[in-house]
Ligand binder design. Structure first.
Ligand SMILES: Nc1ncnc2c1ncn2[C@@H]1O[C@H](COP(=O)(O)OP(=O)(O)O)[C@@H](O)[C@H]1O
Ligand SMILES: [Mg+2]
Length: 271
């Protein structure tokens, strides 16, 4: 059974019951153990950070959460159910959306069309039923357009909606990627280094949008981030990974004062 109690964070924020419970996860690539017997949970409405040095296994962990990788050992419990082997699109239909460490957009397509691809999981009408049930297809199209326009307004990218993504500066590309993920209206949003490579101003913008998404839509967010200042500002709880192991788990303050974490991560240069 998953824990359904709410908890209150030191900042006075209320966080709901367990949405995802990762139990004793081990993931191997050939002889490499990218994740070694890691357990932690993600609770409804929280911002959960995963931090650690390069190669620690953070992206692999996000890929386990998204269903892209199926671990060799351990259990993934999602919304009260033990997750069987699922294809990524099936996971997307369960309300999980993500952005990637390396931007994965269609460079030649407009911002609008890229964001529209985030709606693919919501397009149930196939060609045949479109021919027969024209009204239903038209209604779905209207709903999809409306959802996309809401996201474009929310992330303040109206001015670039017709611009090919390839022509945008890096910071805006990252924002378009967030827009595409949000267009799916996920209940769990996974962000792999959403602020990597950004300047200070771009980081501030992205931080604000992440907080606004969490606040306005109640979206649960798991994010990987290197900038400790950002992690401390944004997250409710932090998991710390090092060489595939979990070496810390707690509030930002708890993690910051954990000696193992200081030794492994905070004291050394990264990236
Ligand atoms: N698809 C893959 N095939 C083989 N090894 C991989 C693959 N993905 C990650 N790894 C290895 O797993 C370890 C963890 O990588 P990764 O999860 O990308 O770490 P992080 O995101 O913390 O930098 C590294 O040793 C990396 O080389
Ligand atoms: Mg990574």
């Amino acid at each position: 059974m998953l824990d359904t109690d709410t908890i209150t964070t030191p900042d006075g924020r209320t966080i709901g019951g367990t949405v995802m419970d990762l139990r004793n996860i081990t993931l191997r690539f050939g002889g490499v153990e990218a994740i070694k017997d890691i357990s932690f949970d993600i609770r409804e409405g929280e911002i959960r950070a995963i931090i650690g040095p390069n190669g620690a296994g953070k992206s692999s962990m996000l890929n386990v959460i998204s269903g892209f990788y199926v671990p060799q050992e351990g259990e993934v419990w999602y919304r009260g159910k033990l997750r069987p082997k699922m294809k990524p699109y099936e996971v997307a239909q369960q309300g999980i959306a993500r952005t990637f460490q390396n931007i994965a957009l269609f460079e030649g397509m407009s911002v609008l069309d890229n964001v529209m691809t985030g709606r693919l999981g919501h397009m149930k009408t196939n060609m045949l039923s479109q021919a027969i049930w024209w009204g239903r297809a038209a209604k779905e199209e209207t709903e999809n357009r409306a959802a996309v326009e809401r996201v474009i307004d929310f992330l303040e990218i109206q001015a670039i909606r017709k611009t090919p993504v390839g022509r945008l500066p890096y910071g805006l590309k990252k924002r378009v990627e967030l827009a595409r993920a949000l267009a799916a209206e996920p209940s769990l949003l996974l962000l792999d280094e959403p602020m990597a490579g950004m300047n200070v101003e771009e980081k501030e913008d992205m931080s604000r949008f992440i907080l606004d998404v969490n606040d306005e839509f109640g979206t649960t967010i798991a994010l990987i981030e290197h900038d400790m200042g950002v992690v401390m500002d944004l997250s409710d709880r932090v998991v710390v990974m090092d060489y595939g192991r979990k070496i810390g788990d707690g509030t930002p303050d708890e993690v910051r004062n954990n000696q193992a974490v200081i030794d492994a991560y905070l004291g050394v240069a990264h990236d």
